[in-house]
Design a protein around this ligand. Structure first.
Ligand SMILES: [Zn+2]
Length: 66
C-alpha cells in the first residue's frame, strides 16, 4: 500500500460476460446477513466485489467460505 502511482484499484481477471481477461475494479463490501429469521442475529460477511471495466458486469463472492 506504499505505492503512490497506483491510484486505480484495478486487477486483470477473467470476466464471464466478456469471456476474456479484462480489467476489473476490486472492492470489498461488508454485507449484513440474517442467520436465522427468528432471532434477529446477523452476521457481517465480507464480500469481494469485482466490476468489469469493459462491460460493467459486477460479481461478488463471499470471502469467508465457512
Ligand atoms: Zn466484462
Amino acid at each position: 500500500m506504499a505505492t503512490t502511482d497506483d491510484s486505480f484499484n484495478g486487477l486483470t481477471e477473467y470476466c464471464d460476460d466478456c469471456e476474456l481477461e479484462t480489467l476489473h475494479e476490486i472492492s470489498v463490501q461488508i454485507r449484513t446477513e440474517s442467520v436465522k429469521e427468528e432471532n434477529a442475529q446477523f452476521s457481517r460477511e465480507p464480500y469481494r466485489v469485482k466490476e468489469c471495466q469493459r462491460c460493467g458486469n459486477r460479481s461478488s463472492q463471499r470471502m469467508n467460505n465457512a
